[in-house]
Design a protein around this ligand. Structure first.
Ligand code: SAH
Length: 323
């Protein structure tokens, strides 16, 4: 029997080490090249506001195929050569298989298992669909008390537990992601000490509420999260309010969360794609415009996906979060 977070950590480590996750699901950078491009330009603007430090760490957590960063670096090289020369690329990735894929597209990067081995200094960090893969605990309200979910033989078993930090009605589930909170706190501590900014793009509600959001994706469809550990991608909604609180406690300023569609629109994603589409062959141009709509429109990824910014208080508000 394993506590759910232990089960999820083990299942995802096995999954990312042995599978091509992009056969099972797709992500914004894989949908549209302008996603990585505008995030790269966002980092370049932050670097200017920081006073153009050299060197500066450009960090990505959970880079997947390396697509976001390859698109970002291409845009940075064209528009901000000073930043391109100053940046040192560091990637947080635990999967050996994905590290190998990243190395092909991002030569010269340095890889880390965790934040703790990153060198000191001002940093700009990007993380897209990273936090949703981190292991969660689930608590269930039963009568006057609480139980916690464990996994045994492919099914949930409930054990007595202390109350989580959110109340709920009878039978409702409350989720807690300790590793996401610890990650946000560690990033925030570094930002407050050394300066810089971080951007987390992920899916989840803006305000915290009870609910079971654990899901498994396999071959582009939903699967039973407990049935075949290591064979499916396990994710849960990101609790942005808890991340914001953890970061503020470490002295960082918090921007958002903002709907992803609004944030990307403010960064000029639509204009960039229109410009690309104008010079591309017709079919390719239309595909580009369709991919941008998928990221921007509330009914697609524009609203469920959110963007949370953390920064040194001197950088508040970060570009894209100004009112
Ligand atoms: N950001 C990419 C990939 C998202 S999939 C994209 O948008 O396409 C999640 C990524 O996080 C994968 O690269 C996975 O290997 C990595 N990952 C998952 N858990 C991790 C952990 N605990 N530490 C570091 N990387 C992790």
């Amino acid at each position: 029997m394993e506590r759910l977070d232990v089960f999820m950590a083990r299942a995802n480590a096995a999954y990312y080490a042995t599978h091509d996750p992009f056969a099972d699901f797709t992500t914004a950078p894989e949908i549209c090249q302008a996603f990585g491009e505008v995030l790269g330009l966002w980092a370049a603007v932050c670097w200017r506001v920081l006073g153009e430090p050299a060197p500066v760490l450009l960090v990505e957590a959970g880079p997947g195929r390396g697509t976001l960063m390859a698109d970002a670096l291409r845009a940075i090289a064209a528009a901000a050569p000073g930043f391109a020369a100053a940046l040192r690329l560091h990637l947080l990735e635990t999967s050996p298989r994905l590290r190998a894929e990243q190395a092909q597209r991002l030569p010269g990067a340095t890889w880390h298992d965790s934040l703790h081995t990153l060198p000191r200094g001002p940093l700009l960090l990007l993380a897209n669909e990273f936090l949703d893969a981190l292991p969660i605990r689930q608590f269930v309200r039963r009568g006057a008390g609480w139980r916690e979910r464990y996994v045994a033989a492919g099914a949930f078993v409930e054990r007595c537990a202390l109350p989580p930090d959110l109340d709920a009605g009878e039978g409702e589930v409350v989720e807690v992601c300790e590793s996401a909170r610890a990650f946000a706190a560690a990033v925030a501590e570094r930002l407050a000490r050394d300066g810089g900014a971080a951007l987390f793009l992920d899916y989840g509600p803006a305000a915290r509420a009870p609910g079971d959001s654990l899901q498994a994706l396999r071959q582009r469809g939903f699967a039973d999260p407990l049935a075949a550990p290591g064979e499916a991608d396990l994710t849960a909604h990101v609790d942005f309010a808890a991340l914001a609180a953890a970061a503020e406690a470490e002295g960082a300023a918090v921007c958002g969360p903002l709907a992803q569609g609004l944030f990307l629109a403010r960064l000029g994603l639509a204009q960039r794609v229109e410009r690309l589409a104008r010079t591309a062959p017709l079919a390719q141009g239309q595909a580009l415009l369709a991919s941008a709509r998928r990221l921007l429109e509330p009914a697609a990824m524009g609203s469920l996906f959110k963007v949370l910014g953390l920064c040194h208080p001197s950088l508040f508000p970060l570009p894209g979060f100004e009112r």
